[in-house]
Design a protein around this ligand. Structure first.
Ligand SMILES: Cc1cc2nc3c(=O)[nH]c(=O)nc-3n(C[C@H](O)[C@H](O)[C@H](O)COP(=O)(O)OP(=O)(O)OC[C@H]3O[C@@H](n4cnc5c(N)ncnc54)[C@H](O)[C@@H]3O)c2cc1C
Length: 410
């Protein structure tokens, strides 16, 4: 029994270790096209590795996947986020939870996770071949085996093939899946910041506004949460989440669209105007730009005031009704023209990949080509930031590995 796993990333390692632990007699081999193993795990979470999330409810957990959430439920019933925590704990890697639910190794170093996976693979007896990528695969109908051609043109045979080659568009993992009969949903970026050139935010990089609503004009897409003003525009959890859920729509618009920010989501729109009007009396002798009736960073408030036409020395007493109206509008419907996407340096994933309806989510086996399995980002599954992408890689890898170990029993 020989199982080959293409891809030495998070999903490939979990597949290999669980396969070998399930069937110690199986010959299990990881093929890695580069000279590095687990490179993304090493870079993940700012090199701290945000490896899962503590969200206890599986339905809610799955709502963090714009694509694949429904399918992942059955996978998580077999290997849940809690199982991930136990898996690492029981192998000597204690984890810690941050207030927002993200989980990291207590060491705060992604190296701890990488070392654990390398140790576990070695102890289980997984063979690893570096600098040997999977180029293509053909099914030998007579023997039910696969014949794999590697990047150095050498050939090997195996009974089961697990493709875990990650999200790189058009990679050999993807072309192999296609040649074996699978449909590939267009691979495009997810999780990106918005590039905006607008005087309101131009000089405010580094400012975080903890609670806003960001929406995309003329669509249903909107997210509430923190935004971060960057040198290039807007980022932060709400923007990244929005980019993920609207990934296809924004791609179709070539990343040119209008985004609208409600800076005061806790207030009704008439309440915003009422407060502004009331300041004309209650704060009459004070300068508008120096005294805000709302909890907003002072530099953002000054910038918004300026954009609403309130000069630096304008007093509350002298605010006209017209200016008050346009100021209120700017506070709850501030429009920005987005002129491009900016891939977040700390995390990005691919939307698209192997079509999910062609996979049996009890086993991760292909419905089209028996003996072929998939795991990780090569699938059309992606999550928002917070440990969801690695969790999908661990769980799909685990189930693919267990299933490939005993393909007839699954
Ligand atoms: C900078 C960065 C930070 C991130 N941080 C986080 C985080 O903190 N939390 C989180 O949940 N997610 C994070 N992600 C996303 C997460 O890392 C990925 O979703 C996850 O690593 C996917 O795992 P994978 O095993 O499917 O693919 P990959 O990790 O991409 O592994 C695929 C492997 O296959 C190899 N390969 C490719 N083609 C072939 C071939 N033909 N033959 C053999 N080998 C091949 C590649 O070299 C690679 O080693 C981050 C991503 C990036 C880029």
């Amino acid at each position: 029994m020989k199982v080959v796993i293409a891809g030495g990333g998070a999903a490939g390692f979990f597949a290999a270790i669980s396969c070998k632990e399930q069937n110690p007699l199986a010959e299990v081999m990881i093929l890695e096209s580069s000279s590095h193993l687990l490179e993304k795990v090493l870079l993940s979470g700012g090199k701290r590795c945000n490896l899962t999330n503590a969200q206890p409810n599986l339905q809610q957990f799955c709502s963090n996947y714009p694509r694949g959430g429904k399918e992942l439920i059955s996978i998580f019933h077999r290997f849940s986020p809690e199982d991930t925590i136990k898996w690492f704990n029981s192998r000597g890697v204690p984890l810690k939870q941050e207030p927002d639910g993200r989980m990291f190794p207590q060491s705060n170093r992604s190296h701890t996770i990488v070392d654990c996976l390398l140790d576990q693979a070695r102890m289980a007896g997984v063979n690893i071949l570096l600098n040997h990528g999977l180029l293509r695969a053909a099914k030998i109908e007579r023997t039910n085996e696969f014949e794999l051609t590697l990047t150095d043109q050498s050939k090997i045979k195996c009974n089961c093939l697990i493709i875990a080659t990650g999200g790189t568009p058009g990679s050999s993992g993807i072309t192999t899946a296609r040649s074996l009969g699978h449909t590939i949903n267009n691979q495009i970026p997810s999780l990106f910041a918005f590039v905006i050139n607008d005087p309101i935010i131009k000089n405010l990089p580094g400012i975080t506004i903890p609670d806003v609503i960001v929406s995309i004009a003329s669509t249903k897409y909107q997210e509430r949460g923190a935004v971060l003003i960057t040198h290039n525009g807007l980022s932060g959890p709400a923007v990244l989440r929005l980019s993920s859920f609207a990934a296809r729509e924004l791609y179709d618009r070539a990343y040119n669209f209008t985004c609208i920010i409600n800076w005061l989501p806790g207030l009704k729109t008439d309440e915003v105007l009422k407060r502004i009007i009331s300041m004309r009396k209650s704060a009459a002798p004070r300068k508008i730009c120096a005294l805000s009736p709302f909890e907003l960073p002072s530099r953002l408030w000054q910038s918004l005031a300026e954009a609403a036409g309130c000069e630096q020395y304008l007093l509350w007493a002298n605010l006209s009704r017209k200016q008050a109206n346009s100021f209120a509008e700017l506070l709850y419907r501030c429009k920005f023209e987005v002129i491009g996407k900016d891939t977040n340096r700390s995390e990005f994933v691919t939307c698209g990949g192997v079509k999910l309806s062609e996979i049996n989510f009890q086993t991760m086996e292909s419905r089209i080509c028996p003996g072929l399995f998939f795991a990780g980002e090569v699938l059309d599954i992606d999550g928002v930031t917070g440990g969801f992408n690695l969790q999908a890689a661990w769980s799909t890898g685990y189930v693919a590995g267990i299933s490939a170990a005993n393909p007839k029993n699954t």
